[in-house]
Design a protein around this ligand. Sequence first.
Ligand code: DX5
Ligand code: ZN
Length: 231
Amino acid sequence: MSENRSMRHCLNDYPSDRVLIAPSVLACDWAQFGEEVQAVTAAGAEVLHLDVMDGHFVPNISFGMDVVKSVRTLSDQVFDVHLMIDNPRKYLKRFALAGADHITFHVEVWDDADELIDQIHALGCTAGLSLRPATPIDAVVPFLPKLDMLLVMTVEPGFGGQSFHGEQLSRILKLRQLIDQTGKAVRLEVDGGIAEDTAQLVRSCGADVLVAGSSVFRDKGKYRQAIDRLR
Ligand code: DX5
Ligand code: ZN
């Protein structure tokens, strides 16, 4: 969608057996946003996780498409836009135009997920669906064969820096089994409280894209070490 699309990566550029690390910019130093994006790109993270919050779907407000666009030229990472907003349908095109490579929306917006996934694909992006910790997994199962990535929240969405919910491990394992039964290469992403210890746990349950905010951005100048510890 943007002029330099050919320079950018997408999820499908990576072999399906490679675990991808996705730093969440929510935890970065916002006074240095551009430099932070460049630093985690240089540190070897394949994906940049961009948390968009509207103050309605979640109680917090973060940023919108203009911020995504502002750093698009600074990184060739997969831009993974996590929409925690009530009306994703209204904004899909604008995030794609701003430079999203992947767009995830939440099943709890109770829109026509089938149609939204088609719209995301038609915009040239890969499509993801997410569920809150308390949402029954049955809500996402019908859509697995159409998805490029399923995002399991391991904290309540809305804020960085929360503790990992251990009870999500059995759901991750179950969803990995259900994904494998589809025969499709659907990525399984986890988000919330991922650090060195929890990364091992979720990987053993079949997660292969790890979002990490606080544990990556905690120590400036040491992003590569933090990312390597998650692998
Ligand atoms: C929470 C966001 C997460 C958050 C993760 O609603 O979706 O991406 O930034 O932050 P940590 O890794 O600090 O839990
Ligand atoms: Zn997120």
